[in-house]
Design a protein around this ligand. Structure first.
Ligand code: GTP
Ligand code: GTP
Length: 442
């Protein structure tokens, strides 16, 4: 399970600064993609081998009764309800305020673990800060400086400690791909789930009594096992599954994180929206394999189809690693092709890449196009090996690799993707520079 950390606090205490800190570790792994915009309030982070989801609630005001503040408070309430752990941020320089007390009173009733985090604590006397905020009745305050990065690693380790670690990727492989079907409201997710599950026997239906309702539904198609990771609270009613809750961004992102392969459902009758692009960007950030299902293809004419293709090329160009399928969930058209791509994307995400072949492919790429010189140093790529799966991580060793530009990273990604036929999964390339004083300076 990958825990969801929700940040709460009054305006200006440093939530965005902490959010950036907590999600920054992961960003460094993802080459910037043209056209990719990230949602400012939802991100993924990683410490060691552990992934987590971070949500920044804006402007939480538990007493606002109407207007934009009320709407923001409503969204924050939903995030609190869906959190695994809450970080309540206060401002060590401003001291305890009445607004902090209101929020504390609300959080004491949240039924979730709450950590009281005192931000802007650099240079402050620890004992004085602690005494002031202890009065909020949420346990010992944890001093940090989000701006300077002090205390952040300890904070994350403390917060994640109670959550079990994930099962090994390789151990899980024989159960088949874990698939999350995601998309904004009304694109046809429930219809697709029912089409997938309807024809074949559902092997079992478990509802583990975990802190949140993560539901995994094993099923078979064409003799192959899959596990469906539920998103927006699909519940079984009679023979069919239907959504019983409102669309939830957090549940969507949690399902993406729990999955191996994401099926992003789009509605052919609608233009691509920011929400579609944000979900797609999140999939890229988590490194999950991806197949795009352009649903309701039956309901649109040729003109609309052409227009949609242009729209997708413009707004989702950063998904060039993924296959796109035109389907009709309602008429069960295009489903086998879609699942074939799910299988292909899963195989690519889990592929074993041999060190000699990786190194040969890398050398061939360099021979074709050498990395640009930076100052007096020409980066030297020596050898490559695999550093992880789902997504495949390729670790390249060499000298002066710090300054390799993003465009060259993307060239390497494309080269590996073609050589190893890794369609359907994003790739990560990591550089390890040897700091050998005798390293050749050619
Ligand atoms: N001294 C100090 N200032 C900080 C620290 N973290 C954040 N700040 C400053 O505090 C101010 C508010 O930070 P934000 O991260 O925007 O705060 P926020 O809680 O997201 O604010 P809203 O977006 O209004 O909810 C900015 O001027 C930051 O530079 C810190 O650790 N130390
Ligand atoms: N024409 C057409 N309509 C479809 C198709 N798939 C779904 N729909 C219709 O689109 C509407 C929304 O479908 P749902 O499956 O409930 O969509 P959803 O994404 O689960 O929606 P939320 O539960 O709001 O997240 C329903 O009226 C479906 O009948 C399709 O392939 N073609």
């Amino acid at each position: 399970m990958k825990p969801t950390i929700v940040l709460v606090g009054r305006p200006n205490v440093g939530k965005s600064t902490l959010f950036n800190r907590l999600t920054k570790t992961r960003d460094a792994l993802v080459a910037d993609q043209p056209g990719l915009t990230r949602d400012r309030h939802y991100g993924v982070g990683r410490v060691g081998d552990r992934d987590y989801l971070v949500v920044d609630t804006a402007g939480f005001d538990p007493v606002a009764k109407d207007g934009i503040m009320h709407e923001m408070a409503r969204q924050a309430e939903q995030a609190i309800a869906e959190a695994d752990v809450l970080l309540f941020l206060v401002d060590g320089r401003a001291g305890r305020t009445p607004h902090d007390e209101q929020i504390a009173a609300r959080l004491r009733r949240a039924g979730r673990p709450v950590h009281l985090v005192v931000n802007k604590a650099e240079g402050l006397e620890r004992a004085i800060v602690s005494a002031d905020f202890h009065a909020l009745g949420l346990g010992a305050p944890l001093p940090v400086s989000a701006a300077h990065g002090d205390g952040i690693k300890q904070l994350v380790e403390l917060v994640l400690a109670p959550f079990p670690e994930d099962e090994d990727v390789e151990d899980a492989a024989e159960k088949g791909p874990k698939v999350a079907i995601v998309g904004r409201p009304n694109v046809g997710k429930s219809t697709l789930v029912n089409t997938l599950l309807g024809e074949e026997r559902v092997i079992a239906f478990d509802m583990p009594g975990t802190t949140r309702d993560a539901i995994a539904i094993p099923f078979e198609r064409g003799g192959r096992p899959y596990t469906l990771i539920d998103t927006a609270g699909l519940r079984r009613r009679g023979k069919v599954f239907e959504a019983v809750e409102k669309f939830s961004v957090i549940k969507t992102l949690q399902a993406i994180q729990e999955s191996n392969v994401v099926v992003l459902v789009l509605d052919a009758a609608q233009d691509i929206s920011d929400q579609d692009a944000h979900i797609a960007g999140f999939v890229l950030d988590t490194g999950r394999a991806l197949v795009v299902a352009v649903n309701k293809w039956d309901a649109v004419d040729d003109y609309r189809r052409e227009r949609l293709k242009e729209d997708m090329a413009r707004k989702l160009g950063f998904l060039s690693f993924a296959r796109f399928h035109q389907i009709s969930a309602l008429r069960a058209e295009g489903i086998n092709g879609l699942l074939k791509s799910v299988d292909g994307a899963y195989a690519a995400a889990m592929a074993n890449l041999s060190t000699p072949r990786l190194t040969r492919t890398m050398q061939a790429a360099v021979a074709k196009q050498a990395p640009p010189r930076h100052g007096s140093a020409r980066p030297k790529l020596r050898y490559a090996h695999q550093g992880g799966m789902n997504p495949p991580v390729i670790v390249i060793h060499g000298n002066a690799l710090e300054n390799i530009p993003n465009s060259y990273v993307r060239f390497l990604e494309r080269t590996f993707m073609e050589a190893f036929k890794l369609q359907g999964t994003p790739l990560r390339i990591q550089f390890r520079t040897a700091h050998n004083p005798y390293a050749t300076k050619n």
